[in-house]
Design a protein around this ligand. Structure first.
Ligand SMILES: [Zn+2]
Length: 206
């Protein structure tokens, strides 16, 4: 069985998007797709590097419950239509971003025994993913090197750096997914950008 994923472009409704923010959105896109790949494979292990421990556990439980109902989720032709940040906040040196992914995919629930399609959704859908990170806002789009010691590490095998012992998914050394909210359950009342954080000074020319 093969899954075909199409890498989406990071886009924003904000035309004044600065380069740093764009790199960050691209990193979020990469994480989004890695999470889909792990989910479809039925084991979040390969995406653990980008999931908070609680989020990892929650998704693993979701997979186990689906399996208990003799179902698996097939996602084909996953295409990120747009990625935009709808909330930024900062508490002390912890940063938080709410990111809306608008996605098109062939999303099917398949019965494990019969192979029958139990449910199918071919429509576009949106989800709000909350990412957190401590310390510098710098985007670490490079998931092949330890953000702490620089060692070449295959984080898709384990979130633990064998060289320095850092856990990539602690949020202290890179953005991690802490929460997924369905778009229609998300409260956009707080969508105004937090004033806690200074507006980026470097902006791409319009
Ligand atoms: Zn390291």
């Amino acid at each position: 069985m093969r899954f075909h994923f199409i890498r989406g472009n990071a886009t924003s409704e904000n035309s004044e998007l600065d380069r740093e923010e764009l790199t960050r959105l691209q990193a979020f896109n990469a994480i989004f797709l890695d999470v889909q790949i792990a989910w479809v494979a039925g084991d979040m292990g390969s995406a653990a590097y980008a999931l908070s421990p609680a989020q990892y556990a929650s998704l693993q439980v979701g997979l186990a419950l689906m399996k208990a109902r003799y179902l698996r989720n097939e996602m084909k032709n996953v295409r990120i239509q747009s990625t935009r940040c709808v909330r930024k906040s900062q508490i002390r040196d912890w940063h938080e971003r709410d990111i809306v992914f608008k996605v098109k995919a062939e999303d099917r629930r398949i019965h494990l025994d019969t192979g029958n399609v139990v449910k199918e959704n071919l429509d576009e859908f949106s989800e709000v993913w909350t990412f957190i990170k401590q310390g510098s806002l710098h985007s670490d789009a490079d998931f092949n090197h330890c953000p702490n010691c620089g060692e070449a590490v295959e984080f898709k095998k384990s979130p633990l750096c064998p060289a320095c012992g850092v856990l990539r998914n602690s949020g202290q050394h890179g953005w991690v997914l802490s929460k997924i909210t369905q778009y229609n359950e998300y409260s956009f009342g707080s969508s105004a950008e937090s004033k806690d954080e200074a507006t980026p000074t470097t902006r791409a020319s319009a």
